[in-house]
Design a protein. Structure first.
Length: 50
């Protein structure tokens, strides 16, 4: 029984780790897109003034 429990804990850790990796990638993508969008807005405003 202890072996079975250890295996299930290991599987849970792997699944949680995978979910955290996906979440981290998603956050990074959103952050990059947000920064690029802000830069584009600033650039467009400067171009309109010029």
């Amino acid at each position: 029984m202890p072996l079975l429990q250890a295996d299930s804990v290991q599987v849970m850790k792997e699944e949680v780790g995978f979910n955290i990796d996906l979440l981290t990638i998603l956050i990074i993508v959103i952050a990059v897109v947000g920064v690029l969008w802000i830069l584009k807005m600033v650039f467009d405003q400067r171009r309109k003034r010029g």
